[in-house]
Design a protein around this ligand. Structure first.
Ligand code: SF4
Ligand code: SF4
Ligand code: SF4
Length: 311
């Protein structure tokens, strides 16, 4: 069963029975689309090599203007774009990270990772976040979103941001410049990067390129490995770094995706949530039936005796 934003709000407004229906729909939807995996061959993404990023932030400005966002200038007193982290106005950010030896620093670009098995997609009860079957890009649908913010909680990379300041809030996150891909272009951030620290391509080509760089420059990259190849079940945005990935703020994840783990938790949560709601609806139906039959009985009695019903 597929629900849009209007259906969901209408059902919620109908009370407990509606909530139970919604929970059941959510359960069905969540289990139906658990662990969506894009075909690796066609999946597109980005490779970010922190060792060649100069921190110029051209990608940040390009992202803001390509996505029609209002630059976050709060910390600069309105003078220039200066976000501290991803937020409802910022889908892409460059941060400065420190190594174990604090003299060592590295820039790091953060945006949606376009996970192969996205926890945000599995976590959304209404299918508002979707993994596109063709290229694996994780997109958001305003018509289906009811603003429950489960995606924010589910994402292990803390990417989706809720527009608190907006009367009709959206979930804001990088959608890999889908509008530009649809026109045959590439993401704004990869197009403008002057050092090609971030490049666009198919995941398989980017992975091969990352491994070739490691091969060409022994000792340059942390653990000679590509973050995102397997981390968290694999991501379509891949990283190379001279510093430990944890220092860049990239979480240490196993090879099992959070979505796979989450789906186990989900089934338990939904199971135990659905049980009391179903019981509540069942008891409400019994009480209503008994009340209706009592009312019929009282009216029949009133007709026979000619006295007014006490109900
Ligand atoms: S990084 Fe977060 S928002 Fe992006 S696809 Fe993965 S789980 Fe979803
Ligand atoms: S792909 Fe587009 S939306 Fe995502 S970080 Fe790059 S410019 Fe921003
Ligand atoms: S445009 Fe390229 S070099 Fe400049 S900050 Fe972004 S990723 Fe780094």
């Amino acid at each position: 069963m597929s629900l849009n934003r209007r259906d969901a709000l209408r059902v919620l407004s109908q009370g407990a029975a509606g909530t139970a229906t919604l929970a059941a729909c959510g359960t069905a939807q969540a289990s139906a689309k658990n662990r969506p995996i894009a075909p690796d061959r066609d999946a597109v993404g980005m490779l970010y090599d922190a060792t060649i990023c100069t921190g110029c932030k051209a990608c940040v400005s390009a992202c803001t203007s390509a996505n029609g966002l209002v630059p976050d200038t709060v910390l600069s007193n309105g003078l220039w774009q200066m976000p501290q982290d991803l937020n409802a106005q910022t889908k892409n950010i460059i941060k400065l990270a420190r190594g174990e030896d604090t003299a060592e620093t590295s820039y790091v670009k953060r945006q949606c990772m376009h996970c192969l098995e996205p926890a945000c997609v599995s976590g959304c009860p209404f299918g508002a976040l979707m993994k596109r079957g063709t290229d694996g890009v994780v997109t958001w649908d305003a018509d289906r979103c009811i603003g429950c913010r489960y995606c924010e909680v589910a994402c292990p990379f803390e990417v989706p941001k809720f527009e608190w300041a907006n009367f009709n809030p959206r979930i804001v996150k990088c959608e890999l410049c889908s509008h530009r891909l649809a026109d045959g272009g590439q993401p704004a951030c990869t197009e403008v990067c002057p050092t090609h620290a971030v490049i666009f391509g198919t995941r398989s080509d980017l992975l091969a390129e990352a491994k070739a760089r490691i091969e060409r420059s022994p000792g340059r990259y942390f653990e000679d490995r590509v973050y995102g190849e397997k981390d968290g079940g694999g991501t379509q945005v891949l990283y190379l770094s001279g510093l430990p990935f944890a220092n860049l703020g990239l979480p240490t994840l196993g090879e099992e995706s959070v979505a796979a783990y989450g789906s186990k938790v989900h089934s338990v949560v939904y199971k135990w949530l659905a049980l009391p709601l179903t019981l509540y609806v069942f008891l409400t139906a019994i009480i209503k039936r008994r009340f209706d039959s009592h009312e019929d009985h009282a009216q029949n009695k009133a007709k026979q005796t000619g006295l007014p019903s006490q109900l």
